[in-house]
Design a protein around this ligand. Structure first.
Ligand SMILES: [Zn+2]
Length: 446
């Protein structure tokens, strides 16, 4: 009988309790730096240095120097070596060079390199990601949505670099982290406001991810990573018109694509042609068929993107536009040609402040352009017409990718959250939209 009221409360509040050591007790270890050089540590409030069960105190403002030395760390001022030094501020921050950090720093040597690891509570860690992964100028609800997702991600992925002796790196591989420099007083307050709140699925922390911009529709974990996750599915995200990469265009030479795919061992021959296979629901590319002089290979769009470089191809929401070959030079394409036929000026389109109608017009124009090109010059012949044709299609020198969005496209779209918040959505509404079937829960202090 005693269970009934509790069950009732849980159901009514829709809050799922998930027991961990407790929000206050969860510490994360973040690799800040790996260097062969000397590092400088200091603190305006003084430092405490622990090594081999000995404790030293450094006065405020005093700079301490550490460097890697023959399988250990050397503290220059004391001419003392040790496998691990722990450095704690006597006040709030410890400075590594001129950058302040909360928590403590651990120094150790690995492979002739000095490693600096920042150890601090999870909530403090989140504060130091905001300026790198979001923007303090975003609406409050979008920032809260980000913080809840980042907290959940960190909790689920603790020990991501366990074999290397820390939890997270400070780069885009995990979450970008910059310590106190990446904090903002306003977002620090939001970390406190959302303290301990996480995204849950069936009572457990959800395996959430986020990206910058979806381009109008998110992608599924299945399409991108081949892993079916019930709440990482394609959802519309029509709120991204203010996003910085609403449209992009990238030209990649055939040679570069050939080299990139060969390097990963995906192909052996030379790329002749590419074809996109798309999701019917979202229009995002699911796979790319690569035809070479030796083989035909179908790669997931994500693999294709990663092979080319995630910075080179900003997302998997793209279409292919063949660059004119050298034999058919064609420069700026006006929106309207002298005969009244419509062309697309991609640059103008990218600079445009677009809405949903614009996208539809854009897609129509593009379809018209493709049809026209197909008819007039056979730029997009089907494999059949090509083999029957006496006129052999010239292989393009480069491929033009016209796309939308930024990042892998799975889970929370940050710019989608910004748009939703501007229209008045709360952070639980935002999170339920991007993670359908998920609820909010709380890390519990035991
Ligand atoms: Zn990492």
């Amino acid at each position: 009988m005693r269970r009934v009221p509790l069950l009732f409360i849980v159901l009514v509040l829709g809050v799922v309790l998930w027991g961990v050591a407790g929000a206050k007790d969860v510490e994360v270890r973040v690799l800040l730096l790996r260097t062969g050089d000397e590092v400088r540590l200091s603190s305006p409030s003084g430092l405490e240095v622990r090594v081999k069960q000995r404790v030293f105190v450094a006065s405020p403002g005093r700079i301490l120097h550490f460097s890697p030395r023959e399988g250990a760390v050397l503290w220059r001022e004391k001419n003392l070596t040790g496998t691990t030094f722990v450095v704690l501020p006597r006040g709030e921050f410890v400075f590594l060079g001129n950058r302040p950090y909360r928590g403590r720093l651990e120094l150790r040597e690995r492979g002739r390199q000095l490693e600096v690891i920042n150890v601090l509570p999870l909530e403090e860690y989140l504060k130091g990601t905001v300026k790198l992964e979001a923007s303090p100028s975003w609406p409050e609800e979008a920032l809260k949505a980000y913080l809840v997702v980042a907290r959940t991600y960190a909790l689920r992925n603790l020990g991501r670099h366990r074999e290397e002796g820390f939890d997270f790196c400070a780069t885009v591989h995990c979450i970008r982290y910059g310590g106190v420099f990446a904090e903002d007083p306003r977002t620090n307050a939001l970390v406190e406001k959302t303290r301990g709140i996480i995204v849950t699925y069936q009572g457990k922390p959800a395996s959430v991810v986020f990206h910058s911009e979806s381009g109008g529709y998110t992608d599924s974990a299945k399409n991108v990573w081949g892993k079916d996750v019930p709440y990482l599915v394609e959802v519309p995200s029509p709120w991204e018109k203010d996003a910085p990469h609403a449209f992009w265009q990238v030209v990649v030479s055939r040679e570069e694509i050939t080299e990139a795919l060969r390097r990963r061992g995906y192909i052996r021959g030379e790329v002749l042609d590419l074809e996109c296979r798309k999701s019917e629901r979202s229009g995002r590319v699911v796979s790319v068929v690569v035809r070479t002089d030796r083989e035909e290979v179908e790669l997931s769009a994500n693999r294709f993107r990663e092979a080319l470089g995630v910075d080179r191809l900003p997302s998997t929401f793209f279409d292919l536009l063949r660059e004119p070959t050298a034999a058919q030079p064609q420069k700026e394409v006006p929106l309207q040609d002298p005969e009244g036929e419509r062309f697309i000026d991609y640059r103008a389109w990218m600079e445009k402040d677009w809405n949903l109608d614009d996208i539809i017009t854009f897609l129509k124009l593009r379809e018209e352009e493709r049809k026209r090109k197909r008819g007039a010059r056979g730029v997009f012949p089907s494999p059949n017409t090509r083999s029957q044709s006496h006129h052999v299609q010239q292989t393009p020198d480069a491929f033009t990718f016209v796309g939308r969005g930024w990042g892998h496209g799975v889970g929370l779209s940050q710019w989608g959250a910004v748009g939703m918040a501007r229209e008045g959505a709360s952070f639980p509404e935002i999170l339920r939209h991007y993670f359908p079937g998920c609820e909010l829960g709380r890390m519990v202090v035991r």
